[in-house]
Write a protein that binds this ligand. Structure first.
Ligand code: I3P
Length: 132
């Protein structure tokens, strides 16, 4: 094997702007859904949702939000990912991510192609961690 696992896991897997909302916080269902378009980074088995920022949404990949701070950090170890059932949202292309600590997030993008690449990348991230 060319690279030790420590090397592999540090690489940036994916980054971009997604719609997301947290629905459950450590087992406690949140009352209101607040969808935000925010910069999202998948790196080293961690998915980080940055704070909502109009600048990050508008700038897309060309303008990473340097001054933005992480809002939610999801450890993918022991997490699970699936397409959200229809009753979870009226939106299309919605993924549901459940973390091991019992929190849940919905992740959405109007483009089926874009959400599919995130589905694949996050799914692979979860797989890689379960192999350790
Ligand atoms: C919610 C808002 C959400 C919607 C949610 C509404 O209303 O419109 O976007 O979720 O539907 O309750 P409010 O802004 O008044 O909180 P979706 O867009 O995912 O459908 P829900 O009650 O069916 O979760």
């Amino acid at each position: 094997q060319a690279n030790p696992p420590e090397e592999k896991i540090k690489t940036l897997d994916k980054a971009g702007v997604l719609h997301r909302t947290k629905t459950v916080d450590k087992g406690k269902r949140l009352r209101k859904k607040h969808w935000s378009a925010s910069w999202t980074v998948l790196e080293g088995g961690i998915l980080t949702f940055f704070k909502d920022s109009k600048a990050s949404a508008a700038g897309g990949l060309r303008q990473p939000p340097k001054l933005s701070t992480p809002e939610y950090t999801v450890d993918l170890r022991g997490a699970s990912l699936s397409w959200a059932p229809k009753d979870k949202s009226s939106r299309k292309n919605v993924l549901e991510l459940r973390s091991r600590d019992g929190s849940e997030y919905l992740i959405q993008h109007d483009s089926e192609a874009i959400i599919s690449t995130w589905h694949k990348a996050i799914g692979e991230g979860i797989q890689e961690l379960s192999a350790d």
